[in-house]
Design a protein around this ligand. Structure first.
Ligand code: NAD
Length: 348
């Protein structure tokens, strides 16, 4: 088969699987901008999603990433009951030298041309500074310095997700006396540790950044363990807040916690690993439902909501997860699959 035919087939396959969708492409040779904006669904509102700025080995790979990530945003927004749809931008990072400010200014004009159908934000490779540049040329942006860090909101949502998971497993969401192992105490994990400790939870943490872990040891009495030990800590909840694909063929048999609930995205290395976790009777809160607090913050801030309204919406993560777990128990299907089904029902 010719390369074009292979690409055509690949895109079609992915488009059918993801229920896709629209693309907008801008190439600006002057600034070396090569930006793909993928809009998966705008049924619930304008497509919101981060701008990824990394190097890609092929344009096809960049398109597929944009498609996959935009679909993920649609699902996440739908489960968070937000009046927004799912989109994502992928900018292929130039290989040589480039002027970052000029490139993001050009990108901003591209976003502006879409008239608010796509709202951009940070993702891998972009920072609040980049969104500040974008904000000079368009209002269709969130995650600027003026808006502030969304991580505390994510941490709050993860805590509510842990409470909902405890409730589903033990009939009580009370954190007091519960032992929680947090893998990664960065922006989300560190905040989460403080929230959990304030509610009486006992903590074990691990992070290559020993400073953060040691601060928690001193301030809230967290036990610090090695990076390879955290997965196998005997505890009530394992909370992955560092990396994706952390539950894989190497770690799956080490997990001793009956519950997994954390901020990290795509924690299963493969869908089969997710199924295995379910069959082992480990209750795993779907990552994109638990970690939606950051998206809720970004979207609702953009839409002009107050802090109280944002907090109330993040709190809804508890009820959403409870519904997912109840349906999972009734239909005997893994929570992640139930969450995907609910998203599809809402997006239509
Ligand atoms: P971060 O970079 O601030 O923190 C990640 C922490 O994990 C760092 O302290 C890092 O040193 C640590 N780490 C790296 N490798 C580790 C390992 N092997 N074992 C233990 N710790 C390790 O990131 P963050 O913003 O706190 O996000 C954490 C996770 O949550 C990421 O997967 C991110 O994609 C996801 N997430 C974050 C947000 C948000 O609002 N920040 C929202 C949704 C999802």
């Amino acid at each position: 088969m010719k390369q074009n035919d292979i690409l055509h087939e690949l895109f079609m396959e992915q488009a059918v699987e993801a229920g896709f969708g629209k693309f907008h492409l801008k190439i600006d040779p002057e600034t070396q901008l090569f930006a793909i904006i993928a809009m998966h669904s705008t049924k619930l509102g304008p497509a919101l999603g981060g701008c990824r700025f990394i190097q890609y080995d092929s344009i096809a790979h960049a398109f597929r990433d944009a498609m996959r990530l935009a679909q993920g945003m649609s699902y996440k927004s739908a489960l968070a009951n937000l009046p927004i749809g799912g989109g994502k931008c992928v900018i292929i990072e130039p290989k040589g030298e480039y002027d970052r400010e000029a490139l993001f200014a050009s990108y901003a004009k591209f976003v502006d041309e879409l008239g608010g159908n796509y709202i951009t934000a940070v993702d891998a490779g972009t920072q609040l500074n980049d969104m500040d540049i974008v904000n000079k040329y368009t209002d269709y942006v969130t995650c600027t310095h003026a808006q502030g860090d969304a991580s505390p909101s994510t941490a709050w949502g993860v805590m509510r997700g842990i409470e909902a998971s405890l409730q589903a497993k033990y009939g009580s969401g009370d954190l007091s006396g519960k032992h929680i192992a947090i893998q990664g105490v960065g922006k989300v994990g560190f905040g989460l540790a403080n929230l959990l400790s304030a509610r009486g939870a006992k903590l074990t943490v691990a992070d290559p950044n020993e400073r953060s872990a040691n601060i928690l040891a001193e301030s809230v009495g967290a036990k610090v363990v090695g990076l390879n030990e955290i997965v196998s800590v005997k505890c009530d909840v394992f909370s992955p807040c560092a990396l994706g694909a952390i539950i894989n063929s190497e770690t799956i048999n080490k997990i001793q916690a009956p519950i997994i609930a954390g901020a990290a995205n795509n924690i299963f290395s493969t869908p089969e690993i997710g199924e295995e976790i379910y069959e082992k009777g480990i209750l795993c809160a779907p990552d994109y439902v638990v970690n939606a607090g950051g998206l809720i913050y970004a979207a609702m801030y953009y839409l002009g909501s107050s802090h109280d309204e944002i907090r109330a919406k993040v709190d809804e993560i508890y009820n959403t997860l409870t519904q997912v777990f109840e349906r999972s128990a009734k239909e005997k299907v893994a929570p992640e699959k139930i969450a995907n089904e609910i998203a599809k029902e809402r997006i239509g």
